[in-house]
Design a protein around this ligand. Structure first.
Ligand code: URA
Length: 230
């Protein structure tokens, strides 16, 4: 294992993670996930999907949104991160996780040797619920086919579900995050592993969850065959 850089050590410390935890990570040796060449699904299908999302009026969130937030990153990434729904800043910029929670998400990715352009990031809902209220079941259902088409196109090797809503809607359960974290999960109907972790916004409020979130990130690197400690 190569020594951790000072920058990564600093990021882990900023995340409130004791660096000794790294020694507990047992991922297979390897480097960061490679960016995959854009040789997979039909780019036209992806663009069509994006256009459909932009034009969507399936639910009332289309009336209050500034714009849709489709997702960002490498659409052939090995790792797909799925959050809940755009917040105010995401609604303004049209990009996922660009607010405070997004900064923490960047640090979390950095801690396992990844950058945004090496993964794909999207949300269960493509429109912002007003006043950051919780997504309603009918809204999740309206948006579900967009997310499953994104997953079908990207064909990720691993999905990281960020928070309760993402995890519950992907795994079709009402279990709390701490319970879902306890066992290995796959996306129903597929063999794609789903790692469940706390939402970055929740980590900002509950710093004691950060060590558990680091364990979840180590699980991701194990599944990808990379090593968080490198
Ligand atoms: N929270 C989310 O779940 N998604 C975002 O894009 C931003 C904040």
């Amino acid at each position: 294992m190569s020594p951790m850089t000072d920058r990564r050590r600093q990021v882990l410390e900023d995340m409130g993670i004791d660096v000794w935890l790294l020694r507990d990570s047992t991922g297979a040796a390897g480097s960061v996930a490679e960016v995959q060449p854009d040789d997979g699904g039909d780019v036209g299908d992806w663009n069509t999907l994006q256009t459909q999302v932009q034009a969507c009026h399936r639910c009332s969130l289309s009336k209050s949104r500034t714009q849709t937030v489709f997702g960002s990153g490498n659409n052939h990434a090995e790792l797909l991160l799925i959050g809940e729904a755009p917040g105010a800043e995401e609604d303004r910029q049209g990009l996922p996780f660009v607010g405070k929670a997004g900064k923490l998400l960047d640090a979390m990715l950095f801690s396992i040797g990844l950058q945004r352009d090496q993964v794909y990031i999207c949300n269960v809902l493509k429109c912002r619920p007003p006043n950051n209220r919780n997504p309603q079941p009918a809204e999740v259902e309206s948006c579900a086919s967009f997310l499953s088409e994104q997953i079908d196109f990207i064909k990720p090797r691993v999905i990281l579900a960020l928070g309760k809503f993402a995890a519950q809607s992907l795994l079709q359960t009402e279990a709390p995050v701490y319970k879902m974290r306890e066992s290995n999960k796959v996306l129903p109907g597929t063999d794609i592993p789903v790692v469940v972790t706390y939402h970055p916004a929740s980590l900002l409020r509950n710093t004691e969850q950060k060590a558990q979130s680091w364990q979840d990130l180590c699980k991701v690197t194990q599944l990808l065959g990379t090593n968080a400690g490198d």
